[in-house]
Write a protein that binds this ligand. Structure first.
Ligand code: SF4
Length: 531
């Protein structure tokens, strides 16, 4: 390829910020000036406040400029963009930018390096190494490898992936020809989260490789990637990646030239939050209304179309290739306690440097939101941080030094969930946010069980009465809200109703003044309230 290589992301976040227009402006202006360039549309590096982030390949390495607007292009070229020249938008060598250099990227190590759909780029950067090793192992050895790595589901429940896979592998062992499925839950609906989308748009073959390894481990021959309808770019990228991987022989009747078949397809979700719950997702894939199934039976035994099914989310499957390629112990050595490996945290909300930060478990919220995030975008003090999506707790400053690992967060009545971090400054009204949590539950509830269906609507009403009443009447309503949350925690069929009390009670416990209450005496966590 002749000319200087420029990289302009085609990730949705970059496109929303005008990446297509910037790529067009670069092509047109360079053509007008007779400058030979070659534009690669790569994935996003995850420094979202700098999108569109343009990089230029130089002998010193890739130099980053951003955020670049189409009108910046002539000035950048005047300043010597193609040679990495000085400019107000220049950030130096991309890999040396502290936001990237301080990360521990395992799952996202390739994202942003090249064209996400290029099979050559993928192979050149350790692509298929995990699958190739997996093809030489039997099911027991594969299951041991994934179990020993300590990988837990990254979708929220944090269930050990190896144990789930083992259940599927051993299901219907007396019927070797039984149909088994591998299903990827890419219905990423949590507020402030985007790691699934970024991974699919930036490195789709890694997800394919992880699902193929899962298929080998459990004996599945068919797989489905269930992608939320709000992600058209991710859906199109995944469809094209599956088409190319199949054409190249990595998928299909003889996966990677082996005797194993693995056929993969996508399914577009229909816009319901609760379809992120695994059994509701299965209903949706089967063409039915997305409502939650009672368990048992476990989906591992009777999942898609009643057959044994591995269900994991995007980041879980995408973590598998590096485990196989570099060994379980390599992955296990990252993290703390029983939280092994890394988690791609997503910094969002009122934050100066929003984006994706992949780090080993064990760093703190303070390190994330100040060290990487740079504090609030508004410049005001941070008041509350919601961790783990719309059903996650609001974490107050007194807990910002708790290590980010599954057990430590459980101990404070919070959850890591899918790694979404949403920052609020001191203008936030936590009573309003608690009300929003109940309202969100009322809107998204599938309606199957009473604590969630009715409780969430009553919850909105009770919070309204708390904020409008005074004295003993207010105290009565607070008691009622705690009772209601207890019922939802204990009596809901799935996490939708069962976790809505987390944001509500954490707001009430840690920010009582926002409910018109005196600060003292309301310190129980969601879990201790439920106990
Ligand atoms: S908790 Fe809510 S979403 Fe879950 S099954 Fe019950 S009604 Fe449906």
């Amino acid at each position: 390829m002749s000319g200087v290589t420029l990289f302009v992301p085609r990730d949705s976040a970059a496109l929303a910020a005008g990446a297509d227009e910037v790529a067009a402006a670069l092509a047109a202006e360079c053509a007008r000036r007779g400058m030979a360039i070659h534009i690669v549309r790569n994935g996003s590096r995850g420094l979202l406040w700098l999108e569109p982030l343009v990089e230029v390949a130089t002998p010193q390495g890739r130099i980053a400029y951003g955020p670049v607007m189409p009108e910046d292009v002539p000035g950048l070229l005047d300043a010597g963009l193609l040679q990495g020249g000085a400019h107000a938008l220049r950030h130096g060598i991309t890999e040396q930018m502290p936001y990237l250099a301080l990360q521990e990227r395992l799952t996202f190590r390739r994202v942003g390096l090249g064209d996400p759909l290029s099979l050559d780029d993928y192979a050149a950067h350790e692509g298929w190494a995990g699958l190739k090793r997996a093809l030489g192992l039997d099911s027991a050895a594969l299951l041991h490898e994934v179990t020993h790595s300590g990988l837990r589901g990254r979708g929220g429940a944090a269930f050990p992936a190896g144990i789930k896979w083992r259940t599927v592998a051993h299901a219907l062992a007396d019927q070797p020809a039984a149909q088994k499925y591998v299903v990827c839950n890419a219905d990423e609906g949590d507020s402030g989260t985007f790691s699934d989308r970024m991974l699919i748009e930036g490195d789709p073959y890694q997800l394919i490789e992880g699902m193929a390894i899962a298929a080998l481990a459990v004996g599945a021959t068919r797989g489905v990637v269930y992608i939320r309808s709000e992600y058209p770019q991710a859906l199109a990228t995944m469809d094209e990646a599956i088409r190319r991987a199949t054409a190249a022989g990595w998928l299909g009747a003889r996966m990677a030239g082996s005797d194993h078949a693995f056929h993969l397809e996508t399914r577009q979700a229909a816009g319901s939050y609760v379809c992120g719950e695994e059994t509701a997702m299965l209903e949706s894939i089967e063409g039915k209304r997305g409502i939650v199934r009672a368990k048992p039976p476990l989906p591992a035994l009777q999942g898609l179309f009643g057959q044994p099914t591995v269900i994991n989310n995007v980041i879980t499957f995408a973590s598998v290739p590096v485990i196989l390629a570099r060994g379980a112990q390599f992955y296990r050595d990252y993290g703390v306690g029983r939280s092994h490996g890394t988690l791609p945290f997503q910094l969002a909300g009122n934050i100066r440097h929003g984006g994706l930060v992949e780090k080993a478990f064990g760093l703190t919220l303070r390190e994330l939101v100040y060290g990487f995030g740079g504090g609030t975008r508004s410049g005001r003090p941070i008041k509350a941080i919601q961790v783990g999506g719309p059903l996650g707790a609001y974490v107050p400053e007194s807990q910002w030094d708790v290590p980010l690992d599954y057990e430590a967060y459980t101990a404070i009545g919070a959850v890591l969930g899918h790694g979404g971090i949403v920052v609020h400054d001191d203008t936030a009204d936590l009573a309003r946010l608690a009300r929003y949590a109940m309202d969100f539950c009322a809107i998204e509830s599938c309606g199957k069980c009473t604590p969630c269906r009715i409780g969430s609507t009553r919850g909105v009403e009770v919070i309204d009465r708390i904020t409008r009443s005074q004295g003993s009447q207010r105290a009565q309503q607070v008691e009622l809200l705690r009772d209601l949350c207890d019922t939802m925690l204990q009596g809901s069929l799935c996490a939708m109703g069962g976790m809505t009390p987390y944001p509500v009670l954490s707001a009430l416990n840690h920010y009582p003044q926002d409910f018109g209450l005196a600060p003292e005496g309301a310190t129980a966590t969601a879990q201790s309230t439920a106990a």
